[in-house]
Design a binder for this molecule. Structure first.
Ligand code: HEM
Length: 289
């Protein structure tokens, strides 16, 4: 198998930074994409993952992405909808320290200046013992060790489909629920993340809607925000796009049972995009120009 970008799998980094860029009209993206790929070759105190929107990836002509990759389209209706905001370049930087992440973010901005503009520029963090801001541990059922590669990487190309969504939480609303009710929203206990079982597990809990066979993904989401707006930047890697579509249809009630994930009554996605993270080898070839 062609090796994926190693930084996807480096865990335990507490400082997080993400940039989403849209390409300007009428520019040649090749030189800027090469500079970006060169930056990603540099090993430093912070990790960097680079991915491209479907249209830009085919324009760069660097080989296949996942065969089913396309722009993210909105899913669901009304209050239970996920909007699309497909952009062209995704850069995820993570490390031990925010200043190191910031240095790399500035270098990315330099590389893309005049060619693409940052539509999303978001600094995040690990909250206590890897909790979402709702107070629940996020990542318990994530695949571990080699199962991560199996979930996240297409063995043909060594690349991954990446799905991102910025969610905005209504924590005031969530926190009016007593803890046992919050646990029924998530489907796990709050203190120690034990999955609810049997009759105790509601059909509309987040775990009930996302624990679906054949849809394993590798999640690297992180909290962000201020005392005002705050939420989760959902970031996950999959070997194909279909598994994300299945998960999203279950969350947003686009299924025969019509059940939506109760979590979306307490948090709303405000962006959504699919990306292709090419293998380390293809990224190196892109860097060489
Ligand atoms: C506000 C947004 C979200 C929050 C706060 C959130 C939080 C959580 C939490 C607390 C868990 C249980 C612990 C764990 O296994 O990690 C979980 C599980 C999971 N989530 Fe989310 N999540 C969000 C959005 C999403 C989205 C958009 C997807 C998929 C597109 C997703 C897919 C999953 C999957 C696959 C699991 C594991 C289910 C299992 O196998 O048990 N989540 N999430």
């Amino acid at each position: 198998m062609s090796t994926p970008q190693n930084s996807i799998f480096v865990e335990g980094t507490r400082a997080q930074y993400v940039l989403e860029y849209s390409l300007a009209d009428g520019v040649d993206p090749q030189p800027a994409a090469a500079s970006l790929a060169q930056l990603a070759q540099q090993t430093g105190p912070a990790e960097m993952v680079v991915a491209f929107g479907p249209a830009l990836w085919s324009r760069l002509n660097m080989g296949p992405s996942a065969s089913d990759l396309r722009d993210f389209k909105p899913i669901g209706e009304g209050d239970h909808a996920a909007p699309a905001s497909q952009r062209d370049v995704l850069v995820w930087i993570h490390g031990a320290e925010h200043d190191d992440c910031f240095d790399r973010a500035l270098a990315v901005e330099d590389a893309l200046s005049g060619v693409a503009s940052a539509e999303l520029d978001l600094r995040g963090f690990v909250y206590h013992d890897s909790r979402d801001l709702t107070g629940f541990i996020d990542g318990s059922a994530n695949p571990k060790d080699d199962a991560r590669l199996d979930a996240a990487v297409d063995p043909e190309t060594g690349g991954s489909v990446v799905f991102t969504q910025r969610w905005v939480h209504d924590l005031d609303k969530f926190n009016t629920l007593a803890v046992p009710e919050q646990e029924r929203v998530i489907g796990r206990t709050k203190a120690d993340s034990i999955e609810l079982e049997g009759d105790a597990m509601p059909a509309d809990s987040h775990v009930s809607r996302t624990d679906i066979s054949g849809t394993k993904i590798y999640r690297r989401s992180f909290p962000y925000g201020s005392v005002g707006e705050k939420g989760l930047y959902f970031l996950a890697f999959g070997r194909d796009m279909e598994r994300f579509e299945v998960l999203l249809r279950h969350m947003f009630g686009v299924t025969d049972d019509g059940i939506h994930d109760r979590l979306i009554e307490f948090s709303k996605p405000v962006t959504g995009g699919y990306w292709f993270a090419p293998s380390a080898k293809v990224l190196k070839a892109l860097a060489a120009g």
